[in-house]
Structures are given as structure tokens and as C-alpha cells.
Write a protein that binds this ligand. Sequence first.
Ligand code: XUL
Ligand code: CO
Length: 436
Amino acid sequence: MSTGFFGDRGPIRYEGPDSDNPFAYRHYDPDAVVMGRRLEEHLRLAVCYWHNFVYPGSDPFGADTFARPWFGAGMEDARRKADTAFEMFALLGTPFFCFHDHDVRPEGATLAESTARLDAIADHLAGHMERTGVKLLWGTANLFSNPRYMAGAATNPDPDVFAYAAATVKACLETTHRLGGENYVLWGGREGYETLLNTDLARELDQLGRFLSLVVEHKHRIGFRGAILVEPKPQEPTKHQYDFDVATVYGFLRRYGLENEVRVNIEQGHAILAGHSFEHEIALANALGIFGSIDINRNDYQSGWDTDQFPNNVPEVALAYYHILAGGGFSTGGTNFDAKLRRQSIDADDLLLAHVGGIDTCARALKAAARMLEDGALSGPLAERYAGWRTAEARAMLDGERSLAEIAERALAEGLDPRPRSGRQEALENVVNRYV
Ligand code: XUL
Ligand code: CO
């Protein structure tokens, strides 16, 4: 039985670029075949629970604006929330969703009660998943909202908080496994610090390393075959987050021997906050062999804060998908809309239209990226730029067959006098603009 929240809206369908129906996809045709794969299988779109069904529309200066009918602290509210969420997934035709434990069930008075409630609501979610065919891209635990975590979860100075967080992640990982989740995400919400005056940084890093190792051990113990993903973010909520960016996370994983066990979930807005582009973070994760999944959204470039807007910039998103496709596309990962409505967008229709626009943006971007890749529009010039490295002598330098002295000797003997060559940036930007 329908909750009635979306009125009499019917499923959003692909109607092609000329449609003037705002409740239709103009670019997302799930069945369109791109590089030998259906668009739905390329994008692996997921809708997140938290921004859509939990965020109340508050900001630091103003109260809640959304007043959803499922807002309440009871299990009945949680079930109504799930019913509405799956109605939205069905209307959008998105194949996956993602959630935090905190999103789907009210926290109990005790740890045991919270865990029992998660179990109970997981049954309810399982019923909806079975009925609709919507799958779980990833689950995660909220280790940042409750005041017990104000000084961190794994990195808390109090070992009881570490243990509480461990019990919470255990329950959430097991629930994700039970629901057939394809990944499990850890975003270190408060794993960082405000001031060194009260922080033992070296100890906290060791605590975080141990915590992540415990999660990986448990994953293997229960036979969870999905990927464990860490989601980098440089700051917010804490001033210095330990998972700053992809490079920092990689160094951390290497230090604790986890680089073959853990990959990254890269968020557009977090990349911007770290002073990078989204495609930089994706390309680096590919280069380091730790690319997992993406949280798609768009950050305001002026505010310096994590604004989590819906994506609508095709050229920007196209470069992100270019690197995803160049790396072979998603395996367990996907495109999770970690994006929220502005607080004045209070209507049920706003929720649908935000996703329609975001999904069409991703579809256009992926198709443009695929064309660039198939035409070798960027890879051709790139190969040409590095062509010198194909010679035997250049390869010998890289392969460790030449000492510094031998290289110097040859440079002198041959009178090397390399001439600068154009990097052709504007020419390449013009090429990209032809595709997007
Ligand atoms: C926070 C953020 C989270 C994670 C999951 O900035 O992105 O929603 O994606 O905890
Ligand atoms: Co995110």
C-alpha cells in the first residue's frame, strides 16, 4: 500500500533529449549500450538514505524545514520511512541504495537495544528489497552524531568508546552482509582532531589502524565478499581529519598493511575540500590500485564547506567518469548520490526532480567520457607525449639497469640538449569541449 507521499507520480522513464516532461529522463536510458555494457550497469546508481529521509532541512541558523511524515523516534516511523524510501527508489528506477544504521532505525536506550532494532528493521528492508529488486550498494555505521563520539570513535581517548564503536561496526557489517551489500564503507566522521593541545596524534593513528584491521579480519571471518571502502575527507566535522585525501589514505593503508584489503569511496565534494579535482582523486586511486566507488555530488566552490549539492556540471562529471572508465569501470562500486536538497526545496517533487537532474547529468557525462575513450581523443595525445619512454635506453633507466653515473655519462657523451615541447593544454581542452 502506498504511503501517498509522492501523490500520484508514476515511474520516471526515459523519453529522450527532446522531451519537455520534467519527470522524465532525457539522457538516462538504462538499456542504452555504451562500450558494450548497459548504462544502468555502468553507472550503478544508488540513492542514499540520509540526505533524503533523515536530513530535516536545518542549518546552523535555522530550524527544520522538511517536516516529513516519518520524522519521529519510534520503530513505526522507521518502517514508514523505509516504505517511502523504497517508493522513491521504484519511482526513480535506481538499482541500489546506501544507508547508515542511524538512518534506518531509532537508536535504542542501550547498545543491545540499538542492535536489536537494526536487526528488526533489516527484516523490513529485506522484504522491500525482495519485492522491488533494489540492492544494497553499501552499508555503514554512523560513528559521529551521538555525543559519545565527539572526540572520535576509533581515535577516542576513551577505550570504551573504541569498543562501543567496534560493536556498532560489527553489527552494521553483519547487517550489510545479510542484505547482500556489495561494499562496506567507513567514513571517519570524527576521526581527527581540533587541537594538538589535547591530542596524541601518533597514538590516535595507531588506534585507527587497529580498528580498520579488526574490521577487515571480521569481514573475512563472516565471509563478506564485498569491498571495505574508506571515504577520504580533509576536514569537517573536525579541523584535521586523518583520512584527508586519497594519497593520505594510501599512505595510512600501507603503514598498517591494509593496501590490498581496503579501497576508497571518493566523494566529489570531499575532493574539492581537499583542494583537488574529483578526477585527480579518481586517477590517483586508479594509479595506486585502490579505486572502489564514488559519492557523487557538487560542492559550492566559494563557501569552503561540504554543501552536498546535486551534480549538474556535465563537463566536470565527464572527466570523472573518463578516469573511471579508463580504469575499467566499477566492479563492486557505483555512483551514490550523496546529495541533499537545499532547505527551501520542501516538496516531495523536489526530491524526485533533484535526482532526475543528477542522474541525467551522470548519464550525459558517462556517454561523453565513453566517446572520448573510444576515439582515443585524450589517450592518443597522451601516448604520444610519453613516446620517448618507449626506447630501449629510456626503459633501461626506469627498470633499474642504469646507475646515476651511467646515465650522466651517456648524457654527456651524446651531448643531450632536450628541447621544450608544448603541453597543448588549450588544444586538449578544446577536444574535451567537443565531447561534452
Ligand atoms: C560525509 C559523508 C558521509 C559518508 C557516509 O561528508 O560523505 O555521508 O558518505 O558516512
Ligand atoms: Co559521502
